[in-house]
Write a protein that binds this ligand. Structure first.
Ligand code: GDP
Length: 297
């Protein structure tokens, strides 16, 4: 189960306080130390943890929590609020173009769930808004990727534009965009290539596709199970492409929580969706307050 270890340890750190009627400065210090270690073990970025602990301590001191009524309860609520703030406060919706089509460019490392997420999002838009998306198969390096996208498209009844693997992806995107304009599709999904690691050739190709398609949304798909690596991947893509949104996948798995808690604070890019399973309906809007409640247990 996701966050199990983190939730346990945060609860222990906080129930220790709750049992005491009066909380001393030493109690608070001990608890914050526990929380700090729990967050670091859950793979939360070091700088983010430092700032988080400092904020909680400053707020507790500023509000003279230790001298007031129910100090433990107030500390729990400060921890909760800071966690929500760290993840961005409010849910952020998908960007929308002033006139159709809204172009969503999907990027990410191989295996993160990029292609699956494109299908999930297209289905969501279709179901909720009666949208008419077109998906462009621009990952020509992994032949299976095109087939996978076509299979997904058939399942959700969304057309997929492809030109096989022998055409330059820039050309495919140009042709796909022209088709979407002609057919008046309201959304275009570009399933761009991934790699095992970020490399210059990939980034150049993605930058070129960005220039051609002028996407309204550059959505990075990252695997939450990869912890600190997810945050580093997001930093790498953001520096080069300027991300507008992140989808965190595999939150149904045994993830420790680091990515959910760090990515927004490190990159400034909002997590917009979370993937919570392999089915095409397993995609949810990301709500920082609900995630904080889930992590705190
Ligand atoms: P891509 O290489 O980034 O396009 O990755 P794929 O879309 O092919 O996904 C890789 C694998 O991860 C597939 O087996 C997906 O079913 C799986 N996957 C994607 N999202 C999720 C998720 O949220 N939860 C789980 N459990 N599996 C996922």
């Amino acid at each position: 189960m996701a966050f199990e270890g983190l939730t346990d340890r945060l609860q222990k750190a906080l129930t220790g306080l709750k049992r005491k009627g009066k909380v001393t400065e030493a109690d608070l210090r001990d608890s914050l130390r526990e929380i700090r270690l729990a967050l670091l073990d859950a793979d939360v970025n070091y700088t983010v943890v430092k700032e988080f602990i400092r904020n909680v301590r400053d707020k507790a001191n500023g509000a003279k929590v230790l001298e007031g009524l129910n100090p433990a309860q107030q500390i729990v609520s400060i921890v909760n609020d800071e966690m929500v703030a760290m993840m961005g406060e409010e849910a952020v919706s998908l960007n929308k173009a002033p006139k159709i089509p809204t172009v969503i460019m999907m990027v990410g490392l191989q295996g993160a769930g990029k292609t699956t997420t494109a299908g999930k999002l297209a289905k969501k838009l279709k179901d909720e808004q009666d949208a008419r998306p077109l998906m462009i198969a621009a990952d020509v390096y992994r032949p299976a990727a095109i087939e996978q996208l076509k299979t997904l498209g058939a399942q959700i009844d969304v057309p997929v534009f492809d030109q096989g693997v022998d055409v330059d992806p820039r050309e495919i995107v140009r042709a796909g965009m022209a088709l979407a304009r002609e057919q008046k599709n309201d959304y275009v999904f570009i399933d761009a290539a991934g790699r095992l690691q970020i490399d210059e050739a990939l980034m150049q190709e993605l930058a070129d596709i960005k220039a051609i398609a002028q996407p309204d949304e550059i959505m990075l798909v990252v695997d939450a199970m990869t912890g600190q690596n997810a945050t580093e991947t997001a930093q790498g893509f953001n520096e080069r492409l300027g991300l507008t949104g992140i989808t965190l996948t595999k939150l149904d798995g045994d993830t420790r929580g680091g990515a959910a808690l760090s990515i927004r604070a490190v990159t400034g890019t909002p997590i917009k969706f979370v993937g919570q399973g392999e089915k095409l309906t397993d995609l949810d809007v990301f709500y920082p307050d609900r995630m904080a409640s889930r992590i705190l247990g």
